[in-house]
Write a protein that binds this ligand. Structure first.
Ligand code: ADP
Ligand code: MG
Length: 468
């Protein structure tokens, strides 16, 4: 009877699903119209109930008529599970011998659904929650030189999961450069294009916790089973597996299973595979099978567009010079860049003040721990005079030639802006002027920048140079 059922089932599901969920089942008893089947675990039973109950019902009804009943027998869980490496698959005939203490499901107490598995009120079609964040998508993952390869590889994978040579796709790069965002984006895109595919995003940390939990609860095999039925597995921050031999081992087997079955694996790491420490060689070599794509530090243009995009999405306006100031001062971490923008907006709205450069500076100081940004007055004079193609002596001279006066005023303006020096000190360093002259210079630069386009451009160019 069961064999007939099986061949019917086999015709109606994918070979993979059949292999995973039906081959391990054994028919154990047939009385009247009740068939008992033995399943490897409670998890297995629940999975069958949730996903294949209709199919089971139909197949069994064909064999045993309308009154057909199905009884599950759950094998003692993991009598061998943690002792044998699960690569050595135990033939199912042997299994029942090993698990000698089979238990009938205590039907009445266990779960009301079990009384009659066929009469399940409103069959829940429980799917694996993908754990994807829809806010991390390709649309808002801005493209730039720094991420072009990784982004387009991600798109290729999303278009044909498991069908490219980018398997696994390993995205690596420093903190806050978009690894998690891109990994989600790939999953989100796949879900969009292939809704029937089972996609799962998980951090390596959570994966490890789950694994440890499964060992404690003696259901390591269920854990493995669960991961083996996924079509697209995204594991974030894979470097966290370093030094965790057990988790690496289990991941290795899950990886192999998925890979062999043409399932897509996407990994992220804060290091290139060559630099990963305490990760088993066999796992590292698997990582290199596909494509390793690096997310590099975004260049200035990309930083500006990321900021503008964020502002646009938040419906906030920010003066160009502040945008550039941020882009110039937070270079190596997009998360910090976003954090600074959020603080800036919060501060200004909280204090009901405009977003000013002053405020931006304060906030950036909180984000940029090093003091590289502090430029010296000498450096400012050098950069300004180079820009106007004069030497520093000319800049400091007593001449009243307009373009030289302006250059000097701009140097004073930047000295005020970028250093903590007092007006008097700035004056004495830039051509022995007094503090009133410096103050006047700053006001003049502000005024001219607001009215004279050409002048404004000088100031902007120099601002960029000084903050790069
Ligand atoms: P990582 O995982 O590499 O530490 P995340 O993926 O968490 O970095 O990215 C940090 C922040 O930067 C996120 O808010 C993300 O949306 C944003 N981000 C990163 N790269 C981009 C990009 N290319 N375009 C837009 N936002 C980005
Ligand atoms: Mg991350």
């Amino acid at each position: 009877v069961w064999n007939n059922c099986l061949s019917f089932i086999q015709d109606n599901i994918t070979p993979q699903a059949y292999k995973t969920w039906f081959e391990p089942i054994q028919a154990v008893k047939l009385t009247d119209c009740a068939l008992s089947i033995q399943v490897p675990s409670k998890f297995f039973y629940e999975w069958l109930e949730e996903h294949y109950v209709k199919l089971l019902k139909v197949s069994l009804t064909r064999e045993l008529g309308e009154n057909a009943k199905l009884v599950y027998v759950i094998k003692m869980e993991n009598t061998y599970g943690n002792k044998l490496p699960f690569t050595e698959k135990i033939p199912s005939t042997q299994r029942s011998q090993m698990a000698s203490q089979e238990v009938d499901v205590p039907i009445k107490n266990k779960s009301p659904e079990l009384k009659n598995p066929f009469i399940i009120p409103g069959i829940r079609n429980v799917k694996i929650e993908s754990q994807l964040n829809p806010n991390y998508n390709f649309e808002n993952f801005l493209e730039g030189e720094s991420n072009r390869l990784a982004r387009s590889a991600g798109l290729a994978v999303a278009n044909k999961p498991g069908g490219t040579s980018f398997n696994p796709l390993l995205i690596f790069g420093g903190v806050g450069l978009g690894k998690t965002h891109l990994a989600h984006a790939i999953g989100v895109e796949i879900k969009d294009k292939y809704p029937e595919k089972t996609v799962l995003y998980i951090s390596a940390e959570k994966f490890t916790q789950q694994y440890i939990e499964s060992v404690k609860k003696n259901n390591r095999n269920d854990f493995i089973h669960f991961y083996q039925i996924i079509d697209v597995l995204v594991v974030d921050d894979i470097q966290l597996l370093s030094g965790k031999a057990g988790t690496q081992d289990v991941f290795f087997h899950i990886f192999n299973h998925l890979h062999q079955n043409g399932k897509q694996v996407i990994l992220t790491s804060d290091k290139a595979p060559v630099d990963m420490q305490d990760i088993e060689q066999r796992l590292l070599s698997r990582f290199k099978w596909g494509l390793s794509a690096e997310l590099q530090h975004p260049d200035f243009e990309t930083r500006v567009s990321i900021i503008k995009n964020k502002l646009y999405r938040d419906g906030v306006e920010m003066p160009e010079d502040i945008v550039e100031f941020l882009a110039n001062n937070i270079k190596t971490n997009i998360r910090e860049l976003e954090g600074a923008i959020i603080s800036l907006i919060a501060h200004s709205s909280f204090n009901k003040k405009d977003i000013t450069l002053e405020l931006a500076k304060k906030i950036v100081d909180n984000y940029v721990k090093n003091t590289k940004r502090e430029v010296s007055i000498d450096y400012i004079q050098k950069v300004v005079s180079e820009y106007f193609q004069m030497d520093v002596d000319t800049l400091q001279s007593k001449t009243r030639k307009r373009h030289i006066v302006q250059a000097r005023q701009i140097a004073m303006f930047f000295a005020k802006k970028f250093t903590k020096a007092s007006l008097a000190s700035i004056g004495s360093q830039i051509g022995s002027r007094d503090h009133a002259t410096v103050l006047h210079a700053c006001k003049t630069v502000d005024n001219l920048a607001a009215t004279d386009k050409q002048f404004k451009k000088f100031v902007e160019d120099l601002n960029k140079k000084l903050t790069l």
